[in-house]
Design a protein around this ligand. Sequence first.
Ligand SMILES: [Fe+2]
Length: 333
Amino acid sequence: MPISLRPISNGSITTLVDNSVDALLGNRGPVRRAPIAAAPPVAASLMVEGAVPDLFVAEHGFSALLTLELDDSTHQVLFDTGVSESGMVENMRRLGLNPKDVEAVVLSHGHFDHTMGLHGFARAVGGRRALPLTLHPDAWLRRRLSVQGRDPLPLPALSAPAVRAAGFEVIEERQPSFLLGGALLITGEVDRTTNFERGFPPHQALRAGTWEPDPLIADDQAAVLNVKGRGLVVITGCGHAGVVNIVRHAQRLTGIDRVYAVIGGFHLTGGSIDRLIEPTAEALAAIRPDVLVPAHCTGAAGNAALAAAMPHAYVANSIGTRITLSAASTLDE
Ligand SMILES: [Fe+2]
């Protein structure tokens, strides 16, 4: 029995942190780019003018702001927070967004390129009590990457007591859950159903004092919206569960087949993961999303293949890019 995801008529998804930024990209239908001089200029003593535009700064991480119009009021939820302490809040400032307007935080998984920005965010909201933060309990695990012949590379982990002490009301959930009155679905653990998305082989987790293989990264989850007249919008963090698995999981959970947009990190770069590019592009093309916005860990080769497979839907992402969500949102406008 599918769960009911409340449709929305208006909303948007704004990229706050991504691996790349391109100040020259243009608008297209529902895709709106931030103006180059959106923020007040910054002083620059070596320049003739004494000031320069305050442009976005990219980093290896991901963060997006989900904005929903519900019952005549605006609601904002943060999905991931980027890899540096202040990168996300600084890009929010450049976009004229106030961290204090955020009602809840969702973490796609525990890797630090999605969680580190919690530091700057907690400071910016000034220790506001009981700000809901949703994650899968495995997001707390100590992790590392272990490649044969090399020293293991530790992946810094969040401290649960420190996160709670910073004012967050932690909601641990393995199952699907809702925010914003049933209009925002957090998938929880994603069913792995494709035969090619097999996780991240060098990934390990510390369980009961022992490092164990943890290729599936069970905490990897997505956010899902249902745009009236358009279908599902699926937002991924790093896509460790496999972006095709994630989209199909969202379809199964909601009973809605039509996919309007897929946005976020698809994890198609790095070593042998390249072999996923072709089957992923083929399977996503069969799902026929109207809008496809690969970001973060999708990589150059992944972006090229996805753009070639879905030229009508492909959108190059950049920090400050806002995808507006409404029944009228088509790329052909
Ligand atoms: Fe990531």
